[in-house]
Design a protein around this ligand. Sequence first.
Ligand SMILES: [Cu+2]
Length: 309
Amino acid sequence: MKKLLSVFIFSLLFGAYAASAEEPNIVDHTQLMDHGEGHLMDMDGGMVMGQNKDKLPAGCEKVSEDVKIEVHAGRKYSKQFPGTIFGFDKHEWRVKPCTRLTVTFVNEDNVRHQWMMHGLPKFLYDKGMFHLEITGPAKITGTLILPAEDKTYLVHCDIAQHMEKGMKGELIVGKGSGTFPSIPGITDPAIPDNYGPSTSQPKPVNMPNAPVKPGDQPPAVASAPSIATTVSGDSSGFFSGTLIIGLLFGFLSAPFLFREIGERCKGMTAADALQCTLKLLTGLYNTLVRFILWLVQRLTGKDKLLPKK
Ligand SMILES: [Cu+2]
């Protein structure tokens, strides 16, 4: 009986420890100093930028509705999206134009995270942004009134690599203005992983500042090497392509070459015939090199490759 009781107490204590290790103790930052222009801060790393509870954006006659959301941020939310390290618990939010949106941002990690959006009208939001920031585990709350226009806003954490590693989403106001690429679980990646036997490296694609509108062509990721890159040797396909062209050229021109040598060096001694052949081949080689350089110049627009006369 004693043994059973000690096992029970041990399990209880261990369970409580495991639960406390998983659930971080979230500190709520409510005592913020108002620095004006909707900029609030405290001394423990809490910050709200672009706070606006009552000023209506142009085009809004009144607040259309009051919406409260709670956004959780942390590494644990990245687990379901391979290739990411950080994440929000949701990656897309939809609200009506002129909504008064109150966001409670809960950072469950032991590092700094942000819920930051750009592209707001600057006459109302200094710096054109609304931004919640907290060093965790902690939470902070801020409010803004969204403009009247249909628009998609990128929401992200701006700490180095956090957005690139998954901590981003989109806030769609009204019908929105398209979508952003690489939003975990929402949109396709801007640069898809490629595990195929490709020989050329995909070109990096810049994150567009504006959302991709429906019907827009997706950004080109990898393309076949152009003639210019093949000729200038940037691509690993250079040797195989050039080799094939060279062999083809050799096979086609060999009969004419032998006939020309035979006619020009006819009746010479062996030594003279050899000299004559070498002279002809050298002449042909020089002509060929000049032709290829001219061709490269025409294809790449670089005239420095041509030797000065
Ligand atoms: Cu972050």
